[in-house]
Ligand binder design. Structure first.
Ligand code: EPU
Length: 421
C-alpha cells in the first residue's frame, strides 16, 4: 500500500497559518543537545515531522532519555547516555543523522556511524565534514558503509571550507566545542540555522563567536550543561506558504516568520508582481495579481535558497513570459520539473538550469514527490490545478512539513490522504 495526497484544486486559500520551528535547525539542535554533560536540554517549537521521529530513535539508541512535556517541548536528557554504534535504519532515512558525527566525536572522541541518507539531489559528499574532523586531529576510517572517526584528543585549528557548507560548518562547530584551544572556521556558511545552533550551544556554555558571518571562532570548554532553547521559525516552510498564497490565496497571512530570513524570496515575488504586505513577524498576501516571469539563481544565504527554487517553479508556471532558474548548489535538483510538466507546465530542463514558459493551465494528474521540496512544489501546483491531483511518495513531504494537509485545509484547501495499491 502506498500513501498519497489527493488535492482538489482551485479552492481559494484565506486566513492565517502559523509557521513551525525550523526543520533544518531542529535536526542539528537535537544532536547538539547530547553535548550536555550535566542536565537536560529543553527545546521549544520542535516541528512534528518524521525527521524528528528518526532522530528520536537514534537518541534512544544512545540510551538518552527523550520525551515531550505537557507544553509540547522536547526534553533531551543525556545523563545516562552510552556511546554505541549508530547503525539503526533511522540513520539512513535522513541526511542530518551525520550531525551525530560531530556531536559524538566532540563528546567522546570516538564515533561509529552508518552513512546518512536523505533526499537525493545529486551527489551529496561529506568530504568537508571529514576534512574538518581530521584538521582537529581525528582519524577517519570508512569500511562498507560504516564510518569510524576517533582521536586521542581534539586540538583546535584553522579550517578553511572550500565550499560554504551548512552541514560541514555545524558539524565542525559541534566537534570543536570540547577541543583544546581555538578553532577557526573560514568561509563558514551563514545560514540562520547556523546562528540558531551556535546560540543554543552558547547557552549550554560553549564559546562560539561569529556565527552568521564567514568566520566562526570556537574556544574549547570543559563542560556544557542543559538549557532552554526556542527554535527559529522555518524560513523554508514560511516561503512555501507565501508561494502557495501567491498561487492560490485570496487574503492569507503567514505568521511566525522572520522577514529578514526571506528577503531574497520576497524581493523576487515583488518583481513577479505579487501583492504582499511585509510586517514585523508576518506577511499578508493577496493572490490574483497577473504575474511576471523572473530569473532566479540559487545561492548560499542570504542569496536565493535552493530549497525554495522548487516550490517557486510551480508559481512561475503561471507567470507571463519565460523564467529561468539556475541552480548553483545542487545541479540535479530538477526532479520536480517532469512532474510539473505532467500537470501541464512547459518547463525545459538543461542541467543546471530550467526555463519555464508561462502561463500554462495546470490540471490534476498522478505525480510523484521525488524529494521533500519537489513534494512542496507539486502541492503548490495542485492547489492551482483543475481537478484532483494525486501525489505519490508523500513520506518525503512528511519528513519536513508539519501537518501540511491540516494547515492547508484550515485555509480552505481540499486535500486528503488515501492509501492506494
Ligand atoms: N558539499 C560538498 N562537500 C561537503 C559538503 C557539501 O561538496 O562535504 C557540497 C554539496 O554537495 C552541495 C553544497 O556543498 O553542493 C552545499 O551543501 P551543504 O553542505 O550546504 O548542504 P547540506 O548541509 O547537506 C543543508 C540543508 C538542505 C539545504 C542545503 C543548502 C539540512 C539538513 N539540509 O544541506 O536542505 O538544501 O543545506 O542550503 O540542513 C531541504 O531542507 O530540503 C534540504 C535539502
Amino acid at each position: 500500500m502506498r500513501r498519497v495526497f489527493k488535492i482538489e484544486g482551485k479552492h481559494k486559500l484565506n486566513g492565517r497559518v502559523r509557521v513551525s520551528g525550523s526543520k533544518n535547525a531542529t535536526v542539528a539542535l537535537i544532536p547538539a543537545a547530547i553535548l550536555s554533560k550535566e542536565g537536560p536540554v529543553t527545546i521549544c517549537d520542535v516541528p512534528n515531522i518524521s525527521d524528528v521521529d528518526c532522530l528520536t530513535i537514534l537518541l534512544k539508541e544512545l540510551n538518552i532519555e527523550v520525551f515531550q512535556n505537557a507544553q509540547g517541548h522536547l526534553i533531551i536528557d543525556p545523563t545516562n547516555m552510552k556511546n554505541t554504534i549508530l547503525e539503526h535504519n533511522a540513520v539512513t532515512k535522513l541526511r542530518a543523522s551525520y550531525y551525530f558525527m560531530g556531536a559524538l566525536l566532540g563528546k567522546y572522541k570516538d564515533v561509529k556511524i552508518r552513512m546518512s541518507g536523505g533526499c537525493y539531489l545529486g551527489p551529496r559528499p561529506i568530504d568537508l565534514h571529514l576534512k574538518g574532523f581530521e584538521a582537529l586531529g581525528a582519524t577517519v576510517d570508512y569500511d562498507r558503509g560504516l564510518y569510524h572517526i576517533y582521536a586521542d584528543e581534539l586540538i583546535g585549528d584553522r579550517i578553511y571550507l572550500d565550499i560554504a557548507s551548512v552541514g560541514a560548518t555545524i558539524n565542525i562547530m559541534m566537534a570543536a566545542v570540547y577541543a583544546k584551544g581555538r578553532t577557526i572556521i573560514d568561509n563558514a556558511a551563514k545560514e540562520p540555522e547556523i546562528i540558531d545552533v551556535a546560540t543554543m550551544l552558547n547557552k549550554m556554555g560553549a564559546r562560539i563567536r561569529g556565527a552568521g558571518t564567514a568566520t566562526i571562532t570556537i574556544d574549547g570548554v570543559e563542560s556544557l550543561t542543559g538549557c532552554f532553547h526556542e527554535i527559529i521559525p522555518d524560513r523554508i516552510e514560511a516561503g512555501t506558504f507565501i508561494i502557495m498564497a501567491a498561487a492560490a490565496g485570496e487574503d492569507m497571512v503567514v505568521e511566525n516568520i522572520i522577514p529578514q530570513h526571506l528577503e531574497s524570496l520576497l524581493s523576487k515575488l515583488k518583481e513577479m508582481n505579487v501583492d504582499m504586505e511585509v510586517n514585523i513577524d508576518n506577511v499578508r498576501i493577496h493572490g490574483g495579481n497577473k504575474l511576471k516571469a523572473v530569473d532566479i539563481q540559487t545561492q548560499t544565504y542570504p542569496g536565493f535558497a535552493t530549497d525554495l527554487q522548487q516550490p517557486l517553479t510551480a508559481l512561475l508556471t503561471q507567470a507571463e513570459g519565460i523564467s529561468t532558474v539556475r541552480e548553483t548548489i545542487y545541479a540535479e535538483r530538477f526532479k520536480h520539473c517532469p512532474e510539473l510538466n505532467r500537470m501541464g507546465a512547459n518547463i525545459i530542463v538543461n542541467i543546471p538550469s530550467s526555463t519555464i514558459a508561462g502561463p500554462t493551465p495546470l490540471y490534476g494528474v498522478e505525480v510523484t514527490a521525488t524529494d521533500l521540496r519537489c513534494g512542496a512544489s507539486l502541492v503548490a501546483a495542485a492547489l492551482m490545478a483543475d481537478g484532483v491531483t494525486t501525489i505519490y511518495d508523500i513520506e518525503h513531504i512528511e519528513r519536513g512539513y508539519e501537518n501540511l494537509d491540516g494547515k492547508l485545509n484550515a485555509l480552505g484547501a481540499k486535500m486528503w490522504k488515501e492509501e492506494v495499491e
